[in-house]
Design a protein around this ligand. Structure first.
Ligand code: GRF
Length: 201
């Protein structure tokens, strides 16, 4: 199946940029169909528009409930023929409407080696805990926060003197590569999920 990617992003959008670059360089065979953000000022929206990609801001405050907001987002993704949703720095938790509309077709990038350090400030959590290695994880999204089946991970050392900022930077470089690697595998239909276990063909 040719990938038609919909990206949900709330902020800077450097992971979105990695996908855009991979597509533009023909390293990834996919179409980025639409970007949706819950944040009007998200740099991700500007990045998308700068590359001629459709970008929508949907304000959660315009809807009576989170579910209704999400139904609107799902509508936009469906209208644009999206068959894979990428959460790339999307700061809201995926709820029922999204999970039901895209079963096993939503992936997320998380800046730690899950199941360690789920949730916010994963890099800070890693520094505070004193781990010697951290990294990033791309996983399928299910109803558990950062808890779905793991597709690929990259390991990054934590160096003496690292702070949240320096570790985040080192991890981010790997995030960009890892996300594109997973998308390539998905575009080649090489990712098989059975329960929690993901096999790469
Ligand atoms: C990344 O560290 C990602 O792992 C996390 O949020 C950050 C988003 O960065 N989920 P960006 O918006 O892609 O630059």
């Amino acid at each position: 199946m040719a990938l038609r990617i919909g990206v949900l992003a709330s902020g800077r959008g450097s992971n979105l940029q990695a996908i855009i670059d991979a597509v533009e360089r023909n390293e990834l065979s996919a179409v980025i169909a639409v970007i949706v953000s819950n944040n009007k000022g998200a740099q991700a929206l500007e990045r998308a528009r700068g590359h001629g990609i459709k970008a929508s801001f949907v304000n959660p405050k315009d809807f009576p409930s989170r579910e209704e907001y999400e139904r609107e987002v799902v509508g936009i993704l469906k209208e644009n023929g999206v068959n894979l949703v990428v959460l790339a720095g999307y700061m809201l938790i995926a709820g029922r409407p999204l999970l039901d509309a895209f079963k096993k077709r939503i992936i997320n990038i998380h800046p730690a080696l899950l199941p360690s350090f789920p949730g916010l400030h994963a890099q800070r959590q890693a520094i505070m805990y004193g781990v010697k290695f951290s990294g990033c994880t791309v996983h399928f999204v299910d109803e558990h926060l950062d808890g779905g089946p793991i597709i690929l991970q990259s390991v990054v050392p934590v160096l003496d003197g690292d702070d949240e900022e320096s570790l985040s930077q080192r991890i981010l470089v790997e995030e960009h590569k890892l996300l594109v690697s997973v998308l390539k595998l998905l575009s080649e239909d090489k990712v098989k999920v059975s329960g929690r276990i993901v096999r790469i063909l």
